[in-house]
Design a protein around this ligand. Sequence first.
Ligand code: PMP
Length: 353
Amino acid sequence: MEAFERNIRKVEPYVPGEQPRQRVVKLNTNENPYPPAPGVERALKELDTADFRLYPDPACSVLVDAIADFYKVGRDQVFVGVGSDDVLSLCFLTFFNSDKPILFPDITYSFYKVWAQLYRIPYECKRVDEQFRIVREDYYGENGGVIFPNPNAPTALYEDLELVEDILRHNRDVIVIVDEAYIDYAGPSAVELVDRYDNLIVTQTFSKSRSMAGMRIGYAIANPKLIRYLNDVKYSFNSYTLNRASLVCGAEAVKDRAYFEETVEKIKATRERAMERLGSLGFSCTRSSANFLFATHPDCDARELFEALKREGIYVRWWDSERIRQYMRITVGTDEEMEKLFAFLEQYLSKGE
Ligand code: PMP
């Protein structure tokens, strides 16, 4: 090792899902198969590119206001960032500064471990039970903060707000982050708890239910004090985060509640049909409350199937990770895309017999 390398911050980076250039049946990164609300296209056409020479609004006001209106919270309760990955990363930096370990589930969004390592935050992973459920008592002990997704990823399981509130009640002295990237496909959001728990931060994203992964928009909702702390760190790091196009397109997307609800319902309907169909092919899936399915088959090796699917131009996600090696995560696409998947699976399984 060269001497200077000793002073380099080394990390084992997060590995994002593949973004192939060729057209494939893309069921690997939980994007929405439907386009964003029609107002987004109009807003984009109306953008004056001459304004691109000017920095965007560092306070992101049009977008913050639109989100605050939608969720009926104060504008001082909303923070926006470049996707929820950016928001979550800033939350780690801002709120997890204890010598005690932060806690998160062992099977969860793999970025948490990466941020903890990057920022040198001690952490402990708590084992989810055999059904992949979060064990609430594991979060009762002393710690430096708590984070978990609800629904969890990649298990797709939603925990009732009663469990979320119980964890909050047992952790009044630290910050609890609930990562709700997939909440719109599940049950009630923890946003309704924000006014009662001043240690709660809820993060959400435009990448899934609002069909805008490519625009990179995420946000946090919390009490005004925590939002101020987040903004202080943001302004000390990178003040101009969201670009002009994302700001106006994001604001348009939130305004169209009817389109949003219709798209969410379409995905949920396809999800239910897909779960049934996978069941009839011998797969078992967890009870999905997200826009993806977490599936395993007793007779096929998940890695081999994942690779066979890829050769066929059908991309899903698989992790070489201890407890979930025999599972694949399949994003809910359009009905047509799911048909292509099922047609291949039928053929693959019949060959195996
Ligand atoms: N949280 C979870 C649980 C996720 O699965 C994702 C998507 N990879 C994110 C956060 C981040 O999504 P984005 O940065 O696109 O908002």
